[in-house]
Ligand binder design. Structure first.
Ligand code: FEO
Length: 396
């Protein structure tokens, strides 16, 4: 059984990357990542997207395994980011008559990145390309999911959508390709982390893309990263829908920095008191040690955020400031928000959190807890009061 044939005439030719340590030079890849590419085989053959260029040789082997010496007639570029396009120049050398299909923005970027101007086909929103042999491709623009040129490609005969980064996830493919051939449970957290880190800023464009996709009777969903979705399409779309509406599940993230352990004690006391108030989903992160992308993932996942920091150089402790900046960059519109802070001689952390809330137009869920110097009984009481008030707000 050849499991690379994901639908009649549609073959998976992507690759796994288990050696790149940081995606975009930023985000760790503990379970690797796949760069997905697909062949659509009619009388003429289209390749949908390519792979990162250091895997270009493997892509060519995969293509030849499927179609032998037949040429590729079209390369459809759904997304120009180099993890999907940088094998293009090598492929063009191998298939000199291959025409590159993209929208006007894509073709401009292809010229800018790779100097390729000839042999291109510009397509507009809704336009179709007939491959013959009962295979048609229809192009739908989906700007800012995740670059301005992004589009998705629909094959109506196979009810298959090639969706670019949308519905993608970190995590290489350990054998199986479609979600019926593997255990999808290992991908849900990585999908949230991928969304929060890579696509998280573009909630509104993702919603627009979802509205377009919602009109199509999709039975196979082919993203550029992660499994091909067939059985779990509804769950994947629901997850992307909730993430792109920034809708949090019930639960609290407590993220803090601490230099000498006093602010950490505030965090621990708040977490324990929240649990005593009956809140069961609580994730506590010491930001000096936690992986930022995992914290960001959970900020997207849960509806309540509690942050804490000592005063440092008249402001916030740097890892705490970094987390807030990542949240602000992604324009998260609201979280139930509370904060605590400490200082030795002049307090600034609590003031900085209040300024952040104002900048984000978030409202405070309860009064902040502020501590001077060491953790004393009255600080414990302040933390318990914060937790009680926050828990009451979470239950409302
Ligand atoms: Fe996987 Fe936006 O590139």
């Amino acid at each position: 059984m050849n499991i690379t044939e994901i639908r009649p005439g549609i073959r998976y030719v992507g690759v796994n990357d288990r050696t790149t340590t940081r995606f975009e030079g930023l985000w760790p890849l503990p379970a690797g990542v796949s760069y997905n590419a697909y062949l659509v085989i009619g009388d003429r053959i289209a390749l949908i997207d390519t792979v990162e260029e250091s895997f270009g040789g493997e892509l060519v082997d995969n293509i030849r395994e499927q179609i032998g010496d037949r040429p590729i007639d079209y390369l459809v570029v759904n997304h120009m980011e180099p993890d999907h396009s940088s094998s293009m120049t090598a492929l063009r050398r191998l298939y000199p008559d291959m025409r590159i299909v993209g929208n006007a923005k894509t073709l401009q970027m292809i010229e800018g990145y790779y100097g390729l101007r000839e042999g291109t086909v510009a397509v507009a929103d809704g336009e179709t390309l007939d491959l013959g042999g009962g295979k048609t491709l229809q192009f739908h623009l989906a700007p800012m999911v995740h670059w301005p040129e992004t589009m998705v490609t629909w094959c109506p005969e196979e009810r298959t959508l090639f969706s670019g980064d949308a519905f993608g996830t970190f995590g290489a493919l350990d054998g199986g390709i479609t979600d019926t051939q593997l255990d999808p449970d290992r991908y849900w957290d990585e999908m949230r982390r991928y969304y929060a880190c890579i696509v998280g800023k573009y909630g509104a464009p993702v919603q627009k893309a979802l509205a377009k996709v919602g009109r199509l009777p999709v039975e196979t969903l082919c993203a550029t990263h992660g499994p091909v979705w067939q059985r779990e399409i509804a769950r994947v779309i629901d997850l992307y829908d909730r993430l792109s509406r920034y809708e949090g599940e019930p639960g609290a993230v407590i993220a803090y920095g601490s230099m000498y352990g006093n602010t950490a004690r505030m965090a621990e006391r708040i977490a324990r008191s929240l649990a005593e108030e009956g809140i069961r989903t609580i994730k506590v992160y010491d930001l000096s040690y936690a992986e930022p992308s995992e914290v960001l993932r959970d900020v997207f996942r849960y509806d309540t955020l509690v942050v804490g920091s000592p005063t440092y150089n008249g402001g916030l402790f740097p890892p705490v400031a970094h987390l807030l900046e990542m949240i602000a960059e992604r324009c998260v519109p609201q979280r139930r928000f509370a904060w605590f802070g400490s200082y030795t001689w002049a307090g600034a952390a609590v003031r900085c959190f209040a300024a952040f809330a104002e900048r984000m137009k978030w409202t405070a869920a309860c009064e902040a807890a502020e501590m001077k110097q060491g953790f004393a009984d009255e600080d414990c009481d302040r933390c318990c009061a914060l937790a009680r008030n926050l828990a009451a707000a979470m239950k409302r």
